[in-house]
Design a protein around this ligand. Structure first.
Ligand code: ADP
Ligand code: MG
Ligand code: ZN
Length: 619
């Protein structure tokens, strides 16, 4: 569906260039090796033998060259000429004297016969090689070939692809509504220009990876039925200064010819990074030139009233150069965010159209269990479930396939190959049950749905799956404290049961500490430090990137102290809960060791027996 527009003339000239290059290299190689091949027919002897033969008066004549001496021995009989030998000379100033003493006829070696060719080639070959290497690099950058300014933009023309439409995108309704208008601009520009309205030129799609930005851009082109030029910002970042800007010029030239059309620049941040930020080397020059060219082009086609709309996508808007966001450039920003539960269900529906779904599958339940998934994750999930069903030999995809697929996406692929020792298994079992028991008392972080000591992914030896029942956008201080306690539940269980701790809790501790730090420095949840943000958030939508606030040594110490206290409180709380439920901890851990997994009703049955400490009942 992507047409690469390469014209035949260019590829012919490239072919000719290549042939020349081949001939050149061939001659070059010949020139290097030919003299050696020729002289190889003459027996080569050590220099010491040559000297010896001279001293023995056996040598008749010698031709002395820079790197070779050829000499002829005196003939023993008149009808047979003397043998010709060669040797490699060493630097020896006394040689002429020695030769004279022994009556050897000698002369400097005549220049080699094909030397003019060699000289000529030594002038021609190096530039040829240079050009060749240059071309090679350039080829890997531009499939277009010899001409370096060739745009690499792919064109998606309407009609030849399975057209992407707005109905293929879901869960991003606001973004769709905004882009709906762009489609109108492209379809009937006169309607707007006739009353003097300026059609927006640049629309920036902003959002996390995999939320459907590229998909939306294609859908705009599909709906409007216009050509779609697509290029990725990272492709601009080239080896040679000047190539990127030439490419931008070329891209817009093509686009203007085909107007109305869409130019889509994916990963805009690769070229649009703030010109003042970072970078040690002059390598920024290239990006800067490319960016400047882009700005020039966008300002330029204002005047000639062509309908070229530039869509761009980025997941790092805060790093963009402010110049890009000025009116008349990317003056419209459309937020493409992760979908909510209803959005996720709609996206699942779109992707489930392609697979044979069992009627029992309830997509809304799956949507509920996939909070935080982006569109691409959901597409992947459906595919993963279908693969599992196929592997199991089922003809339709069932709910159990989805459950398994969610776990795979969440926790990484199952790794049965990793074998734990009995002792390790025991520790992991108590550790995970500790998480589960403490976690069950803090519903804010979700319902405990599964405990497993089957190792998964890279790091987790076991895991406790706690899935949120609904989307949560706000967390209270209590929720966060409960979450910290849950994270410390694993380590606390190890402490209580084995009286010692292992390295298995490192990740838990890291997360608990991070959370505590956020509470203090970002959310102002500390009584001691007050509602101040000590660490500025970086979330400013299109805002300027903010620096960390300067703070006094004393404040820094207080923050450390406060973080430590929050984590320690969580630790104490976990210990308290687990001590109170020591028996349950024991039975659940034994059950887990036996079956490796506890889930479903039996898990809920266990969890319903948890005793709540007094302090928590009151709270
Ligand atoms: P982005 O460009 O934002 O990183 P993509 O547009 O490349 O994300 O999304 C990758 C794939 O994920 C799409 O091709 C599509 O199959 C799926 N996808 C992502 N978002 C959505 C969505 N909102 N609706 C339907 N499918 C989506
Ligand atoms: Mg993309
Ligand atoms: Zn843990």
């Amino acid at each position: 569906m992507a047409i690469k527009n390469e014209d035949p003339k260019r590829s012919r000239s490239r072919l000719i260039g290549n042939i020349f290059l081949l001939i050149g290299v061939g001659l070059f190689i010949f020139n290097i090796f030919a003299p050696q091949l020729l002289s190889n027919q003459i027996p080569r002897v050590p220099y010491s033998l040559f000297i010896h033969q001279v001293q023995e008066d056996q040598v008749a004549r010698a031709f002395i060259g820079q790197d070779q001496i050829r000499y002829q021995l005196r003939s023993s009989s008149p009808d047979r000429p003397g043998e010709v030998l060669s040797t490699t000379p060493i630097f020896d100033l006394n040689l002429p004297q020695l030769l004279e003493q022994h009556k050897v006829e000698f002369a400097a070696a005549p220049p080699q016969g094909n030397n003019w060719l060699g000289t000529l080639l030594s002038w021609i070959i190096p530039p040829l090689i240079f050009v060749g290497i240059f071309q090679l690099f350039n080829r890997s950058a531009t499939p277009g070939g010899l001409q370096i300014s060739k745009s690499k933009a792919k064109v998606y023309v309407q009609g030849d692809a399975p057209k992407v439409l707005f109905s293929d995108v879901a869960g991003v309704d606001e973004a769709k509504a905004e882009l709906e208008e762009i489609v109108q601009f492209l379809k009937t520009p006169e309607k707007y220009t006739s009353i003097g309205a300026r059609i927006p030129k640049g629309v920036l799609l902003v959002g996390p990876p995999g939320t459907g930005k590229t998909l939306l851009a294609k859908a705009v082109a599909g709906e409007a039925g216009v050509p779609f030029f697509s290029i990725s910002g990272s492709e601009f970042v080239e080896l040679f200064v000047g190539v990127g800007s030439a490419r931008v010029r070329d891209l817009f030239e093509q686009a203007k010819k085909q107007a109305p059309c869409i130019v889509f620049i994916d990963e805009l941040d690769a070229i649009g990074k703030s010109r003042t930020s970072g970078g040690f080397y002059g390598g920024n020059d290239e990006r800067e030139q490319t960016l400047n060219q882009l700005l020039t082009e966008m300002d330029g086609f204002n005047a000639d009233n062509t309908t070229v709309i530039v869509l761009a996508a980025t997941n790092r808007p805060e790093s963009l150069d402010p110049a890009l966001l000025r009116p008349g450039r990317f003056d419209r920003q459309v937020l493409v965010d992760r979908p909510d539960k209803i959005g996720r269900e709609a996206i699942l529906k779109i992707h489930a159209r392609k697979v044979a779904l069992d009627p029992s599958v309830d997509l809304s339940v799956i949507a509920g269990r996939t909070s935080g998934f982006a569109g691409a994750d959901l597409a992947n999930l459906v595919n993963e479930a279908a693969l599992l069903a196929a592997r199991a030999g089922r003809s339709t995809v069932q709910m159990q396939d989805f459950s398994e697929a969610i776990e795979r996406v969440v926790a990484g692929l199952e790794k049965k190959s990793r074998v734990l020792s009995e002792e390790e298994k025991k520790i992991v079992a108590y550790h995970e049950v500790g998480h589960a028991i403490v976690g069950a008392l803090s519903p804010a972080s979700g319902k405990v749905e599964k405990i497993s000591i089957v190792p998964r992914g890279m790091a987790a030896l076991g895991y406790t799956l706690q899935l949120p029942q609904e989307d949560r956008f706000l967390m209270s201080k209590e929720d966060m404290e409960a979450q910290i306690a849950t994270l410390l539940g694993g380590r606390s269980a190890e402490e209580i049961v084995f009286g010692r701790i292992t390295t298995g809790a490192a990740n838990d501790l890291q997360r608990a500490t991070d959370l505590a730090e956020k509470m203090v420095t970002t959310y102002g949840m500390s009584k001691v430090l007050g509602p101040l943000a000590y660490q500025q958030q970086q979330n400013g939508f299109l805002g300027v990137m903010s620096n960390q606030r300067f703070m006094s040594q004393k404040t820094a110490e207080m923050i450390d102290q406060e973080i430590k206290e929050i984590v320690e409180r969580g630790h104490q709380r976990a210990l308290e809960v687990l001590k109170l439920n020591r028996e349950l901890l024991e039975t659940m851990a034994q059950k887990l060791l036996e079956s490796e997994v506890i889930e479903g009703e039996s898990l809920q049955e266990f969890l319903s027996q948890i005793k709540r400490p007094e302090a928590l009942v009151a709270a």
